[in-house]
Ligand binder design. Structure first.
Ligand SMILES: Cc1cc2nc3c(=O)[nH]c(=O)nc-3n(C[C@H](O)[C@H](O)[C@H](O)COP(=O)(O)O)c2cc1C
Length: 291
């Protein structure tokens, strides 16, 4: 299976059976997942295996974090939980957010490898992921923060889940041109986001198709008589209709970019800053994966 196939085949599994990879199998996959791109090779992450009663200790910490003297049974939804920890290393070159990106990359890659190996995985978080009680239960140290848990178990045989299509064009754009706005425009409203996600539904896809057709026509008339946008070195040997399609696509991209730029300049607003909470507890922690 190629990486491309593995990515397309992966789905989160919210329900898993009681079987789980053993430590050695997990360690083999972790060794591969740990090869993600890592600025300055800081290895700013570690993983904690939670099996058996360790899941109950997490359940207790989660219940305590919400003010209850009880044990949450949520961690019992899978036989193996892998806590993903960002271990922020002191660095003048690599800020904390880059280190979080590396740890998240490891978690995503490990999920993919587990899925490919036949295991069911879902990355879970929650309101109390960064609660102090939860950090203490995991033995986190200062500068360490949880990114959640990979819940891992057997894939139930009967669960055949369809692929979710993704409209790549909705996520790809060109750099805007022209004068820069003086402030970042406001983020799209929730309603707009809802419309966007509807692109995956039948109605949304129809709408997107119509819109793309309209855009194509518009850009064609705008570029009529003009020299087609260069299509690359191989363009000279490509069949005429392929060259035309590529020129049309390039013209549509340019038209979209200039519309976006106009919108960008019109809609100036303030930046919404997201707060990142930091758990900093001093506590001895066991090594992640026994080497
Ligand atoms: C950082 C992160 C946190 C997540 N937290 C939860 C969660 O708390 N509960 C949950 O059901 N799924 C969680 N997910 C999984 C997503 O819900 C899941 O990826 C999404 O439903 C898409 O399904 P798919 O992975 O099969 O494409 C999380 C995923 C990520 C990357």
């Amino acid at each position: 299976m190629t990486a491309f196939d593995a990515v397309l085949a992966r789905r989160s599994q919210s329900k898993v059976t009681d079987s789980a990879p053993d430590h050695d199998e997990l360690a083999r996959l972790v060794a591969a997942a740990g090869r993600v791109a890592d600025h300055s090779s800081l290895r700013p992450w570690r993983l904690i295996e939670l099996r058996g009663d360790a899941r109950l200790r997490l359940g207790r910490a989660l219940a305590h974090a919400r003010g209850e003297d009880a044990v949450s049974t949520k961690p019992l939804r899978a036989p193996l939980l892998i806590a993903v920890v960002v271990v922020e290393r002191p660095s003048s070159k690599v800020p904390g957010w880059e280190q979080e990106a590396v740890a998240a990359g490891v978690a995503h890659t490990l999920s993919l490898l587990l899925d490919e190996a036949g295991w069911g995985v879902i990355w879970r978080t929650g309101e109390h992921t960064r609660a102090e009680r939860v950090a203490l239960a995991h033995g986190l140290r200062s500068g360490e923060r949880l990114l959640g848990w990979l819940y891992v178990g057997g894939k139930p045989d009967d669960r055949v889940r369809g692929r979710r299509e993704l409209d790549a064009e909705a996520f790809l754009s060109d750099m805007p041109t022209g004068e820069l706005p003086t402030a970042l425009p406001a983020a799209p409203s929730k309603k707009k986001n809802k419309d966007k996600s509807d692109k995956h539904g039948k109605k949304g896809r129809k709408k997107a198709k119509k819109k793309a057709e309209k855009e194509r026509k518009k850009s064609r008339s705008a570029t009529e008589g003009a020299t087609p946008t260069p299509v690359g070195e191989d363009g000279a040997n490509a069949p005429a209709d392929a060259v035309k399609r590529r020129a049309d696509a390039a013209a549509a991209r340019i038209a979209r970019a200039s519309r976006r730029q106009e919108k960008h300049v019109r809609a100036m607003g303030s930046e919404d800053e997201r707060e990142v909470s930091v758990v900093s507890r001093a506590a001895p922690a066991p090594p992640v994966i026994r080497r």
